[in-house]
Design a protein around this ligand. Sequence first.
Ligand code: TXA
Ligand code: MG
Length: 381
Amino acid sequence: MDSKYRLTKRCFSEQRIATIKVEVNTLIHTEIIEIDPSAIDMDKLAVASDILKNGGTVAFPTETVYGLGANALEETSIKKIFEAKGRPSDNPLIVHIAAVEDIKPLVADIPNHVDVLMERFWPGPLTLVFRKSSLVPPMITGGLDTVAIRMPAHPIARTLIAMAGVPVAAPSANLSGKPSPTQASHVVEDLLGRVDAIISGGSCKVGLESTVLDITGEVPMILRPGGVTKEELESVIGKVVIDRAIEGGDEKHLVPKSPGMKYTHYAPKAEVVVVEGEQQSVVSRIQQMQREKQKTGMKVGIMATDETKDKYDNAQILSVGSRERLETITNNLFRVLRAFDEIGVDIILAEAIERKGLGDAIMNRLLKAAGNHVVKADGGE
Ligand code: TXA
Ligand code: MG
């Protein structure tokens, strides 16, 4: 038994290991490095930064979700990210930096109004899309002439990038199509045997990915809603628009400007249906659907909120957080989607959240998980 399996055995059953063995064809050794974010062990982090310097892949925690990092300036390293995740090659990667001045070699220019955004929101969950410099390999940008850059706030992420001494490309550390990982066990579940190292550094505070904001046009455009809200951005730079193609509904036929947004995403194994409408009607409609689905022998999961969870029974009921404190929902959403898979339900009936503040990002991810399957509580699909 090699050391990878010894390591895995600490957290997973034999049955789980057997599953991993069948799913992955060529396994590589994955070092699991435990680091306390409040007292970073620099020797342990040096092991991870050496792997990055030597062209390998390291999964690490950020304040949004876990990322899978590699040297952003080396095509052979970047290729390993795409392979490990099974990610389509036309989906560009975000380049992560440790300090504001690190962007200079990566971009063609920094538009005037952008300084104020970096001052206010960096480090943090905001990714900015600039026109790229020639230093950035086309494999990072999926052939686009722009590059997405983010300075994460998490101490492990920032120190790791600074120690590696190179910009670090890092998509979310999940298998392509699955919910993003918000704790190390999710990364182990998806990427063990596919990456060189996984830093286990606690759970991610924000829980949803960064907001992607394109600042190359006249009016800044949100390509992916996330941890920084439209309202927060507008309070600093005035008018901001949201790419209409990511809104779902009637705009479904438009092609999103952010390539990643066109894929089915964040999807658990179970079918997901989002039920939208006034709160009491939503509860009644979900109860009715629950009965119908159970009659056909399906195992039903209900994704409720703290305010509604006691209104349901006789199903697998998980609360995703409080409607009064949307940050609790961003924090829990992906974990709860994965938890329904662990329980093994056939269908998840999920209450919609009002699209205000963080509600934009929550609904964006939820609708993607549902493949846009929305039921109106007062009739209609
Ligand atoms: O919070 C986050 O942003 C996390 C952590 C690890 O930093 N990263 C993350 O990366 O979510 P990923 O690869 O899962 O999502 C990146 C998104 C995709 O939707 C991609 O299409 C978009 O950013 N993107 C990257 N470069 C772009 C570009 N040049 N123009 C437009 N969209 C871009
Ligand atoms: Mg992702």
